[in-house]
Design a protein around this ligand. Sequence first.
Ligand SMILES: [Zn+2]
Length: 130
Amino acid sequence: MSGSENAHERGQSVSPIVAGLLARCPRCGQGSLFHNGLMLKPACSKCGLDYKFIDTGDGPAVFAILILGFVVLGLALIVEFRFGPPLWVHVALWGVVTPLLAFILLRFLKAILIALQWVNKAEEGRLAKD
Ligand SMILES: [Zn+2]
């Protein structure tokens, strides 16, 4: 259980908001969390924190869907009633803007949930320490 042992070695940790905004390691705030955009690295390149403890599950996707759905629909309605563009403008505009915003938002939400998991020591329940 060296992975979860590592997760219990708590030192100073950076603010979850800062770590989330910058997509940095939740312990040192220096090393990056992701490579290729949203792929999680195996460990922190600065402090060596093992990222095996990380399990955000579907959390970031759910938040992204709810937030982005609200924002994009609102923007689409504003564009429609302000400018009344033809339908193809909506398809082209939101077809590009939505995935772009989703990528940015998912990166931020994933990083902030990882930082919160770290700060709050959230992990799978177990009956006894082994
Ligand atoms: Zn680190």
